[in-house]
Design a protein around this ligand. Structure first.
Ligand code: AFP
Length: 318
């Protein structure tokens, strides 16, 4: 290690070393590293923007910040330079783009800056990435080899899984991602809940499930940012996040490819469960880029209890 590296850092496990020790395949290690480094550039862009809104609309007609677009551009360029990525699909684009020469192993999905409407309030926001070894449409279970998210909050953290557990790293002052939690495990039953959608739009069955959580004394934790809300479940080691089917939008709000599949991969690797209320998120065939799905994700007990309520059988054992 070079001069200027603190004693603290010398004795820490950084991201590259961790992936090597965990036996992650070389090209995948390099790609994950490249994406983690890109998080630093996106973070710099967030600082530079000084929280200014730009009033763009994204491809789904939603108001978006210039930041979403620039984060997407930064990510696309970095992935292109990496030499490991054949195709790139982003929530900010209406089609998959080819960024490789045709022989590269990986296909990457990205929500480059999720929760950007929280930028003005200075709440945490994040980047969500899925890495596939085959074409990205279809079931996540068939092609997903890794997933990660980066949180931009008081600290920058990165949670990744390459199919060998789920691990958290914190970006330190020397600019290194240092291991902070290895092999994160979700408890079978947690005590926090995070609920998307308006109560008046929920289905009767979902409402009954929420009333059950309330009776049981679960604590409400919802910021309106998918990355920090999932991160809270992951780092606190349990609980449930749900963005359910709504009366007027039975598919819910969140997108399978860009948001749900990567989080499902990470949570399953941490011993948790992710379903649409019935089927595992990773087993739902994705037929189009913007496909949405309801989600129930987190500890096994809460997700199974939700399934029971949605099917009107409430006999899950705690
Ligand atoms: P923005 O990127 O427009 O802020 O949307 C964030 C998001 O897609 C996801 O991060 C949240 O979980 C979800 O929307 C919050 O939705 P509600 O505003 O309906 O609670």
């Amino acid at each position: 290690m070079g001069e200027g590296i603190s004693d603290y850092t010398k004795f820490c496990v950084d991201l590259r070393r961790h992936m090597w020790m965990a036996g992650v395949e070389l090209d995948l290690r390099r790609l994950i590293w490249q994406i983690a480094v890109t998080g630093k550039y996106i973070s710099a862009k967030i600082h530079e923007s000084n929280r200014k809104l730009a009033g763009f609309k994204n491809i789904y007609g939603e108001e978006q910040l210039a930041l979403d677009k620039s984060s997407d551009e930064i990510l696309k360029n970095q992935l292109q330079f990496s030499g490991f990525v054949r195709e790139y699909a982003s929530e900010e684009r209406d089609q998959v783009i080819t960024i490789g020469q045709g022989q590269e192993k990986y296909f990457v999905t990205a929500d480059p800056l999720d929760g950007s409407s929280l930028v003005d309030t200075n709440l945490a926001i994040g980047t969500i990435i899925g890495i596939h070894n085959g074409t990205i449409l279809g079931k996540g279970r068939d092609t997903m080899v890794a997933a990660l998210y980066i949180t931009y909050g008081p600290l920058i953290t990165m949670v990744y899984s390459a199919g060998k557990g789920t691990h958290e790293f914190v970006l330190n002052r020397e600019g290194e991602y240092v291991l902070s939690q290895e092999n994160i495990r979700l408890r079978d039953k947690g005590d926090i809940y995070s609920l998307g959608g308006l109560r008046r739009d929920w289905t009767e069955a979902h409402l009954k499930f929420v009333e059950y959580l309330e009776r049981e004394g679960y604590k409400l934790r919802y910021s309106g940012g998918f990355v920090p809300d999932i991160n809270q479940i992951v780092i606190k080691g349990g609980g449930i996040f749900t963005y359910p089917a709504l009366r007027k939008s039975p598919e819910g709000k969140l997108r399978l490819l860009f948001e749900l599949q990567p989080m499902a991969f990470l949570v399953e690797q941490a011993g948790g469960v992710a379903t649409d209320g019935n089927n595992p998120i990773l087993d739902i065939p994705v037929e189009k880029l913007g496909q949405r799905s309801p989600i129930y994700i987190g500890s096994r007990f809460e997700v199974e209890t939700a399934r029971a309520f949605l099917n009107e059988k409430q006999e899950v054992q705690g």
